[in-house]
Design a protein around this ligand. Structure first.
Ligand SMILES: *Cc1c(COP(=O)(O)O)cnc(C)c1O
Length: 369
């Protein structure tokens, strides 16, 4: 079976974990400090980094540090992981769903503009699948209305917009280190920002609202990262650049082999880091294609089958055609760095054999999707 994702853990990682365990300093300490420091040189250069125990916690703390709470509206794409909206809801603010562009699967900034009200406090652009949002336009929109812009970079470690790394483009950003992400700590997250006092507020919020030992200035949480997780993260950081190149290489190979109408568009001036390599399969063909790939031993999955405005937790009466269509059409195939060139050829050939044998499909035709 060619799997959709495989975390890579090497011997140095095991050694680093043992060292933490033997040291007796398991909670937040030296490894967490070192991980934050290294993340600010490798992934989000020049930023202040605040490590937390999940990507959702990173989003939540960043929103709180921006002063967002009950009565505020926060605009985010309807087509994203639920964690983006859950973090908004956790602050007491209202998530407001913008549509996504059907060809890029990224937030539709024109639609965002039309959703802004006097209660809007923030926008969360999501770099979905590792494909960066046009942050130049997003920041222009943020400035136009005086909004806080929080990048959801959970899937986009090392991605770049016009040469600038994600995590350095908005007022703040949230990364995730969940097991399937481009780099992992098991569970974990990071807030990045160029604003020192914002970072300081985040540090206080992640640690019970504590500014000095047993002096609590605001209500806070326990969102601290452990030294065990940070030791894994430090080891992962030494590989992330090489792993990213491999993802991009695998993706380029797919792009050269597969029918163009199956591909999600990306801006060639930006750097997509392919957390997922996602296809748009014409209406009605997706389940058959999944079955076909399964017979060939190729795992595939749907991110995400239901847009957030159709979820019971966040139900609205909106019609969001981009999100609704993509949720029916998207299919992600393996692109992770452990694939060999043979694996990539095999996956592409499996797909092409479906295109060639399918009678009902519009795959391979020009217009569809
Ligand atoms: C993974 C993910 C999150 C949440 O991260 P966790 O570490 O799982 O809490 C948020 N947004 C997006 C887009 C994600 O992919």
């Amino acid at each position: 079976m060619i799997r959709l994702s495989e975390p890579i853990i090497d011997k140095t990682t095991l050694a680093a974990i043992s060292e933490v365990l033997m040291s007796g300093q398991l909670a937040s300490g030296a490894q967490v400090e070192a991980f934050q420091e290294r993340f600010s040189t490798i992934a989000a250069p020049g930023t202040q980094c605040v490590a937390v125990n999940s990507g959702t916690a990173a989003l939540h703390v960043a929103l709180l540090a921006a002063g967002i709470g009950p009565g505020d509206e926060v605009i985010l794409p309807a087509f994203t992981f639920a964690g983006t909206a859950n973090a908004v809801a956790a602050t007491g603010a209202t998530p407001v769903f913008a549509d996504v562009e059907p060809d890029t699967a990224l937030i539709n900034l024109k639609h965002v503009d039309s959703l802004v009200t006097s209660s809007t406090a923030a926008i969360i652009p999501v770099h979905l699948y590792g494909n960066p949002v046009d942050m130049t336009k997003c920041m222009q929109l943020g400035r136009k209305y005086g909004l806080f812009v929080l990048e959801d970079a959970a899937q986009a470690h090392l991605a770049k917009h016009r040469g600038q790394p994600v995590g350095t483009l908005g007022h703040a950003a949230a990364f995730s280190f969940y097991a399937t992400k481009n780099m992992t700590t098991g569970e974990g997250g990071m807030i990045t920002t160029l604003d020192q006092s914002f970072a300081e507020r985040c540090r206080v919020l992640r640690n019970q609202g504590q500014i000095h030992r047993y002096e609590h200035t605001v209500p806070g949480w326990n969102y601290r990262m452990t030294n065990i997780a940070a030791a894994i993260g430090l080891s992962q950081l030494t590989h992330i650049a090489e792993w990213t190149f491999k993802r991009q290489d695998n993706a380029s190979a797919y792009e050269a082999m597969l029918p163009k109408n199956l591909l999600i568009h990306r801006d060639k001036r930006d750097e997509h880091v392919f957390h997922q390599f996602t296809l748009r399969v014409p209406d009605g063909d997706r389940e058959q294609l999944r079955e076909h790939l399964k017979r060939y031993g190729v795992q595939s999955d749907v991110y995400y089958p239901t847009p957030l405005h159709k979820q019971p937790a966040f139900l609205t009466t909106q019609y969001l055609p981009g999100a609704e269509k993509l949720s029916k059409n998207v299919l992600s195939i393996p692109v992770h760095p452990s694939l060999t060139p043979n694996d990539v050829d095999y996956v592409a050939e499996s797909l092409i054999s479906f295109v060639n044998t399918s009678h009902t499909t519009a795959i391979g035709d020009k217009g569809e999707t």
